[in-house]
Design a protein around this ligand. Sequence first.
Ligand code: ZN
Length: 556
Amino acid sequence: MRALSLAVALAALAASCRQLPLERQEHEDPYDSGGRLIAEQASYDVLRYELALEVFPEKRAIEGAVTVRARAGAPLSRLVLDLDPRLEARKAEWVTKGGAAPLDLERRGPRLWIRLPGTVQPQEEFSVRVAYGGAPREAPNAPWSGGVVWKTTPEGQPWIATACQGEGADVWWPCKDHVSDKPETMDIRVTVPEPLVAAANGKLAGVETHGDGRRTYHWTVSAPISAYNVALNIAPYRTIEGSLESVAGGSFPVVFYVLPGDYERGRELFPEILEHLRFYEELLGPYPFRADKYGVAQTPHLGMEHQTIIGYGAGFRRDVMTPRGDWGFDRLHHHELSHEWWGNLVTNADWSDMWLHEGFGTYMQALYIEKKQDAARSRDYLAAMRKRIDNRQPVAPPGPLSAKGIYWGDIYFKGAWVLHTLRFLMGDDAFFQALRRMAYPTPDLERAAGGASCRFASTEDFVAIAERCAGRDIGWFFDLYVRQEKLPRLAAERRAGALELRWETPSAMRFPMPIEVRIGDATRRIEMPDGRAAVAVPEGTEPVIDPQAWVLRQGD
Ligand SMILES: [Zn+2]
């Protein structure tokens, strides 16, 4: 499943017209993901990955193979995959129904160049298997600096997890390490020593016991999945199981994999997990992966949005997220769950639009506080986030960008604030409709359970949806708030009997943003179609501008 957004199509076209110098290909950072695709990788669409590997906790090593099924988009004589140079590619094979034949395999820095038996023609499908193994990179500081995390449980048993959003999945398995291409389906087999359990994405198809102290967990993923979302979670887990009645009808399984010593705490958190799911289903539409499961796995790192098996490392504490403090619920779980919609159902085709994952995901916690507590508490939460905004670069800068190229706080906190201000501009009905249509463009898509609703989207797509729901042109709003970094300033002056308001914007950008003013006991919405307004204020009355703090601007 490849992104068809204009930006990515143009990037791929540019790449295929102008081959990057070999030197640049050889020396790209193996621990970064995304950015501009090289022509050879823009020329195929991954249809399916079948990953089978064995994990050796004692040696901190893995050994396995991945079969890639792909469709050529242009004549293809070599298949180029990514794999961290720390891991050895042992062999490559051409796989057909009749069997497997060896292929020439050349390592060039962080990539594997595999010579195909002939030139695969556009639209032809083919399969290549790569056997690989070694000691994968140990995550220096997961999830921010990722790889494989090898820890032990309090009882001294192995506790292993992967987290590789910034680095890409090629830190532990050979793949096309780019966010713009997902397989339609995937198959994952993980062999571990007993009594360890391997929790991964999708549905548990079976557990095979080999009789020699090892067993293999077989997982099937029925929906498109980003490579960085494919995750191993290995520990002597116990499971807490339930199900949720979906707003789409029917129910889906919910499973929490917890360490044995945390079983009781896990049982206490479980009802909250269901409540978070219900909140998102009502706000955004059904849980997208209900054909597989909703899973949460206790991890030795803080957390990650691994599709259908969310990494949960908050340790049952409510104060591990920025802004700090206990806000009355498990924000880490709530945030990571938001990504099942913002990130896994709707995926940025390029990391330059990552605020669609993180800004949207972060605003959901403010909405949850508003719903479960009240609007005043939610405003406190937004005010705490407001302090983290630094306006150093645009929230949605021009792409292509790599995962590390975009990663900084404003895509979270300013992104959330942009949505809050947009809500004021549009009004609740149109705004919440826009959120829902961003998740699921049509009501029909809400009913499809098997991943058919997964899609790539860009900031432009959201602007178009918001404009459709608002029934007017609001491109100026996004130009100011996400396409450049500076905030507008609201100049206010008292003159005889009036309050004069005027928006000051970078490069005099058009900004017809309304604002609320409270005079006495009455709060009025003041429209400013040409960026200015005068409001009558009786002498001796002190007006309060934007008393409910809706509008993100300088100096507040
Ligand atoms: Zn996030």
